[in-house]
Design a binder for this molecule. Sequence first.
Ligand SMILES: C[S@@+](CC[C@H](N)C(=O)[O-])C[C@H]1O[C@@H](n2cnc3c(N)ncnc32)[C@H](O)[C@@H]1O
Length: 324
Amino acid sequence: VQIAGMSLEQLRDGAELVVTVAAAADAGIFTALAEQPTDAAALARRTALDERAVTILLPILVDLELLHEQDGKYQLTGDARRTLGDPDSPEYLAGGLPLWLRNLNAWTRLPEVLRSGHPIREEPAADRREWLARFMAGMAAAPAERVRRLVEGCLQRRPGARTVLDLGGGPGHLAREFVNAGLQATLYDTPETIEFVGEAYGLERISGLTLVGGDFLTEPLPAGPFDIVLLSNITHMLSPRQNQELIAKVHASVAPRGTVAIADFVRGRSPRAARFALVMLLRAERGDTYSLEEYRQWLEAAGFRDLAMQDLDPDRQLITAERA
Ligand SMILES: C[S@@+](CC[C@H](N)C(=O)[O-])C[C@H]1O[C@@H](n2cnc3c(N)ncnc32)[C@H](O)[C@@H]1O
């Protein structure tokens, strides 16, 4: 049988390999090797890993053509350096892997969730800050190209926009890009998140960026009005009813002829949308991914018109609509 064009054996091998690479990234192997070619024992010391474990892992990474080995010393291939070893490279992809690996714990418990219908909870209070740091790092790892396309898509929809409200803006990678494009940005998130990201991501020091803490479900939104109000990766966390209510509330904060912009996995367009709903099932009591028709209903009921959709990448879409 073929599943997504692969045999079951290929898929199983792929699962093992991607966990291996993610674990190597999480353990700091690629960033350490980006500094200098190193043998297994020295690498284990530098990364505080077990020497036997590193000795077993490195030849696998050579087989995967992520590393070269010469005279017992390992170094990154060019591709691996750009995508896994150098956080400053525009092609760097490894930032999201630790969060992905952590989420995989929940995936392995899918059978349990299918029976109970309740998410896997795993953040003891003491770990809360670490959990938040990991979650924010996962969000901040969004590829630069997607961030650029999102901001460009919003500005094409509302040329000359001067103000933007980023609801649930997390680590501020999107708000920052708007500020770089010359807008005044307001990043709204939970008070706990704002306190963390303000310092950890240096957002407090950015002029042109205002930080506001609150709960967008239960509290009034900043009044603005704003030329653009952005909901990026927010609607998949909410139920249909919550989305309808939030989008209605957003309308009051959008300036006349301003734009609401929603970035998410859109069912019927994104090949990943149905599967992403499983992530919400594993992680939260509610949340789903929605079709363009569902967004249309919420947006038009709230008083928005002229819906448009574009791809940010094959998986993620940007829906924009104008305040009537
Ligand atoms: C999935 S992240 C999306 C982050 C960012 N917008 C992006 O696209 O990468 C969801 C964000 O919404 C915030 N959030 C969730 N519920 C919220 C609420 N009720 N009020 C304010 N912020 C909320 C979370 O703290 C988190 O930063």
